[in-house]
Design a protein around this ligand. Sequence first.
Ligand code: TYD
Length: 202
Amino acid sequence: MSGLFITLEGVDGAGKSSHLDWLADWFRSRGRGVRQTREPGGTPLGERLREIVLHEAMHPDTEALVMFAARREHIEQVIRPALAAGEVVISDRFTDASFAYQCGGRGLQEARLEALEAWVQGDLQPDLTLLFDVPTEVAAARLANAREPDKFERERGEFHARVRAAYLRRATAHPQRIRVIDGSRTPEQVREQLLEILESLA
Ligand code: TYD
């Protein structure tokens, strides 16, 4: 069986993480090996870089470079081997997050990231990206009740509005790969939409 690479994306507070385990179970119940992972992170070195990049102030270029450095390790050590073994890799965020946060949010030029993407990924792209989309106010209200915010979660409303807009532009540019999920619906309704998408994969 060939590997399948699925990524979950969305602004902070869009609700993607609450569906991760369910998605993994869905594939396991169909006999697939599943590798659940996340970015930034996913490897011991990547997790150390995550601590730094989520909590320390740095130049936007540095931030983008650290994200891609962690990604390089992640691809080498986790993603490619798991795909080669025929597993389903489900990653909580991947490169669309860099385009949304570092380009949309921080204002870096997309051409810069495209160069890094080509360098670090070669021809590797997710087979499917689930973009959890919610209005910025809904996301902000959810985050207000969450645990201690990280560097990105502490950014102002306009930052998150730009991140959301950048994600939606990517969905329009890659309609085959990126499927937009309405994250403001109830968890049950979201699951129905996810099921439809998963069943259409077969
Ligand atoms: P997130 O995945 O939302 O983890 P948690 O649910 O524990 O908060 O947090 C990761 C943060 O990193 C998120 O705010 C988006 C940001 N990020 C980038 O800015 N660029 C990237 O390339 C990636 C992968 C994440």
